[in-house]
Ligand binder design. Structure first.
Ligand SMILES: [Zn+2]
Length: 126
């Protein structure tokens, strides 16, 4: 496994830079926002022991399960692995979008997302 490079991190941030605004649009729907908030810890999939089905992982579980493989080019060769990558990128973008909706938004790896930037500037959060 090769160590992630600055170019890898930049590419990831570019991808998230496109995905986070799309998720912010999706989360304008109150029902979708409520569903996603429950999805953070897989509550949406029912109580009980963690699922063996990656499709039923919560956002945090998805990020924890395969986040370390994101920048390794050999980690996503199979169709199932590529589905994991898609779930991971969407989980990261959703988590950042949820954070962006909080006062002051979120700044991660030098990128800032929010829903009211004038308030961020006024509070010195960006
Ligand atoms: Zn802002």
């Amino acid at each position: 496994m090769s160590a992630p490079t600055t170019r890898d991190a930049s590419l990831l941030l570019d991808i998230l830079g496109g995905l986070v605004p799309l998720h912010l649009v999706r989360l304008r729907d109150p029902a979708e926002l409520d569903r996603v908030r429950r999805e953070i810890t897989a509550e949406a999939f029912g109580a009980g022991s963690p699922s063996e089905n990656p499709q039923e992982y919560g956002l945090a579980d998805t990020i924890a399960a395969c986040g370390d493989r994101l920048t390794n080019p050999n980690s996503f060769r199979s169709k199932a692995d590529r589905a994991d990558r898609s779930r991971l990128l969407n989980a990261m973008a959703t988590a950042l979008a949820l954070s962006a909706m909080s006062p002051g938004g979120v700044t991660w790896c030098g990128r800032h997302w929010c829903t009211g930037h004038a308030a961020c500037l006024a509070a010195g959060a960006a």
